[in-house]
Ligand binder design. Structure first.
Ligand code: KG4
Ligand code: ZN
Length: 336
């Protein structure tokens, strides 16, 4: 059968990204223009700045992706674009660019769910991976435990009731004074700390056994820091980071393994920005080995926002016949 070459575009948050992906699994180029340096001045993503920067960068990023892949628009069979969830102004830039190219060049258009993209990063990294499997998606905006029943077919088993895991990392990092984005910084300093130094509560959610909650844990860390300040005592940032991280990882792994056991699924994947966390990876590897489950994770560059993962997801949507019209719109709270 004929190869399918997809140009993919992602602009849902603070990364302007484009990629060329062949047959859903082979990355020919993966260009990411990060806005982190702009937003860190404000301690987090400023939506208005994100939209403006996407507009400035999008054409250049798309051109680079085609060039790096050694392709022109004549070689592209379909355009895949993230249309939600995310920041509406940011999403609109990618969606408008994708629609413009699709219209001008008469190329089929496919809308992609951002979370489906994160999950699909695993298809790129692991050519042998096929549904069904379970996937923990943990990023700055989402913490979902998902059963991937088939390509494009998902069941959400659990989700966060409040903060996303990455959001908790970012807020705790800010309180410790580590700056934005906090996840990678906590990951780094936690390696020097004692994870048993401070006992933090393990967040349990009544009634929904696979759901998560991180705001209580986040508050406990903030209270601990304030308590130290009030007493005029110092605290060890590394110990605090390691203790916080231990509490997060225990809950993520605990719910994940409970679901895998109860559903009898022997393949487990992780995805999203937090999936690049070294403690989470180590704990997942151990937990999966213990249960003789196969464990999958994308390399760090495919965990955080990128367009290659959108190209992988778009491929499976495309071959299933999904097509978006030129009325495709950004949907900030799009459901999986
Ligand atoms: O998937 P992503 O790039 O964007 C969203 O869709 O949200 O995830 C970004 C999130 C941020 O909260 C960031 O702090 C977190 O992922 N993150 C990490 C690590 N690397 C990124 N959290 C913990 N450990 C890391 N190594
Ligand atoms: Zn993301």
């Amino acid at each position: 059968s004929k190869d399918v070459t997809i140009l993919a575009i992602e602009s849902s948050c603070d990364e302007t990204a484009a990629a060329v992906v062949r047959n859903g699994r082979e990355v020919l180029s993966n260009v990411i223009s990060s806005q982190i340096d702009l937003h860190k001045l404000y301690g987090g993503v400023v939506p208005e700045i994100a939209s403006r920067k996407h507009i400035e960068k999008i054409n250049q990023v798309i051109e680079e992706a085609l060039k790096e892949a050694g392709k022109t628009l004549d070689d592209i069979d379909a355009i895949g674009v993230t249309y939600g969830p995310g920041l509406v102004g940011a999403l609109l830039v990618g969606v408008a660019a994708a629609k413009a190219i699709a219209w001008a060049r008469k190329i089929p258009l496919v809308g992609v769910h951002h979370i489906e993209g994160h999950i699909s990063a695993n298809y790129i990294e692991h050519p042998d991976l096929e549904p069904p499997f379970l996937c923990l998606v943990a990023s700055g905006g989402h913490t979902h435990l998902v059963k991937v029943e088939d390509y494009g077919k998902y069941e959400i088993l659990g989700r966060t009731r409040d903060d996303a895991a990455g959001e908790a990392y970012d807020k705790v990092a800010r309180a410790i004074g580590l700056g934005y984005p906090g996840g990678p910084k906590i990951d780094r300093i936690a390696k020097e700390g004692n994870p048993d130094a401070v006992k933090f509560p393990k967040a349990k959610v009544d009634g929904a056994e696979y759901d998560f909650s991180f705001s209580g844990l986040k508050s406990a860390v903030l209270n601990y820091i304030n308590g130290c300040k009030m007493k005029g005592e110092s605290f060890d940032p590394a110990d605090l980071a390691a203790s916080f991280q231990k509490a997060v990882v225990e809950v993520l792994v605990g719910n994940s393994m409970k679901a895998a056991e109860e559903l009898g699924i022997s393949k487990f994947a992780i995805a999203g920005g937090v999936a690049s966390n070294s403690a989470l990876r180590a704990a997942m590897i151990e937990a999966c080995e213990k249960r003789k489950m196969k464990f999958y994770r994308p390399s760090p560059i495919l965990c955080t926002d990128n367009a290659a993962m959108i190209g992988a997801a778009a491929y499976y949507e495309y071959i299933s016949g999904a097509r978006a019209g030129l009325d495709l719109n950004a949907v900030p709270n799009l459901k999986l």
